[in-house]
Unconditional design. Sequence first.
Length: 729
Amino acid sequence: MSKVKKKNKKENSRGKKKPQRRSSLNSHVIQNIIDLLNSSPEHGFSLRQITKDVKIKSQTDKDKLKYILINLADEGKIKLKGKNYQSILLDDELRTSRTATIDFVNPKFAFLVVDTEGDEKVDDIRIVLPNMNRALHGDKVEFTTFFNRQRKRDEAKVTKILKRERDEFVGKLQISDRFAFVIASDRKMFYDLFIPRDKIGDAQDGDKVIAKITQWKENDKSPIGKITKVLGKSGENDTEIHSIMFEFGLPFEFPKEVEAEAELIEDEIPEEEIAKRKDFRNRTTFTIDPLTAKDFDDALSIRKMKNGHYEIGVHIADVSHYVQPETQLEEEALKRATSVYLVDRTVPMLPEKLSNGLCSLNPNVDRLAFAAIFEMDETGKVHKQSFGRTVIHSDRRFTYEEAQERIESKEGDFQEDINILNDIAHKLKDERFKNGAISFESIELKFDLDENGKPIGLTPKIRKDAHKMIEEFMLLANKRVAEFIFRKKEDGKPCTMVYRVHGDPDPDKLLKFASFAKRFGYDIDLSQKKLAHSMNALTGEVEGKPEQNIIEQQAIRTMAKAIYTTTPEGHYGLGFDHYTHFTSPIRRYPDMMVHRLLQHYLDKGKSADENVLEDKCKHSSAREKVAADAERASIKYKQVEFMSEFLGEEMEGTISGLTDWGMFIELKESRCEGLVRYQSMTGDQYIFDSETMTVNGAKYKEKFQLGDEVRVIVKETNIEKRSIDFELA
């Protein structure tokens, strides 16, 4: 009997017979405890650590916490290991470690872009913030997966940060009496940097600064840092543009050794170099470029042949003649991989002596070029073609506006040549669309800036025949160079080449787009044979209508992203089986690779090293994305600055995007985009339905969807966040 009583006493001491001891602390605290343990599944937390992290202060609640932990352990919701409490999320052990790159989505979760080998395909893995282990966007990490018994699904946890993408961030400095913070401008940096007062330097409150992370302890919510550079006063043009350049890792200047190497290049073309090339200096030759262009990397030559055909030359700046392998110029060009065009400046791939000087096909001077020469008839049919290095002498530098005048008026110098080229370009375009090319173009805006860089107006860039004429001949050259090298074989395989590849659209995205277009009364035939024709017909139908831009934007989003690769696949959007980039080596590194490969194969060289070229292709594709993101950031900054002059005004717009937190509205007149937050929408509770892509009022059933026209009031602009907030009028 005594033994039984003793056993019961022991059971009571473990809490199994005392459910009434369950604390009065609310379920929110219990969930915080579980979340804390889940944040580090492989580590334990002591009672003292839990008390501190869950922020329990009174002695009564501290005593109650002990019983909570005992009960949670007894119920199998947590486990006791020695004196520490531990999560039960792990099965028996962590699964095999893998490596990935962090892609932050919002402050709550991110995705792991898993590293793969060969043809292996792995979906991105969602990871919640508590399991990030202080990893930031772009970091290379090691991670493991485990089964979350609460959520009944596999989840991931970062176990080690292998390489930081960056440890310096640009942001606005806020100073208080005892400490300071830097609020990062990068939208994917969700932590403020804590700056001790003795690490501020000469920076002042409100300055845009660069801050470097110096320490980040395991349990600290914010990293500790120091100010390394002051960019200037927040809101000033140069400060904000420099901020964007730093945020996206764009260089402010060329290294001195690169500039020095460029300066050593002789300005005069040696006669022995001219003797190696086909001389086109006696051909009618001109360039056509934007008014503000400083470098001209393509020119057209034209000559009427005795047989009635036309010899048309697409001459491209011979950059690879000046930028040789294993030089500082080559290393820097590869590192940058592309020129970047911000609203008020260009970040060039090559130093000015080359980009605006020796490699620019300026008028009235001899220049070295790499050319695609075509014998064509008036229908656009190519009868003969050749490729090789040339020397040219441009007779005239046209702006697009000047060339357009020749097309429309049929008057002015070189008007006959320009109109012949324009007529042939129309035939080339018709043939492209007949063969499946798709015509979707987003509307581009041009900012009118005053002397201080402040936007005083916005005008759409209108593409006319002069633009399209140049585009068609560049497309022809790019296509023909790609096909020429693809046909060259070694051991039965095509010789290695750098291609510009654009994959087929995702079927699920196409279905969603077709459903979206249907709301506006447009039908799309999704069959493989008729899709391109159907999309092009849609372009014509929406032109000039209020929904034009939103439909074209959604159409573009259904398409795959074009990349550089050595895999000989086609370009879906252009309808070409093989395509490359040959025509802009001043501003794109892949074009330089193509020039070198073309000359190598013209010289009967062996197939190039695929692995080396593929690595450069991946790097170039990545840098292209960075450049596009930086360009968009500079446009968004100027849009915010422009809209700050219209606070309180009512405007017409179209719903261009829907999220969990609000509706994006694109203004009809300026094309500026801002957000209407659901919390600002009074009179009902509005809920976003991701399945139907609609926003619905819970009580009165009012519905909003993409493409709806609305009237909004400009509520707030924030240059720091590069954001515009609207309210529904």
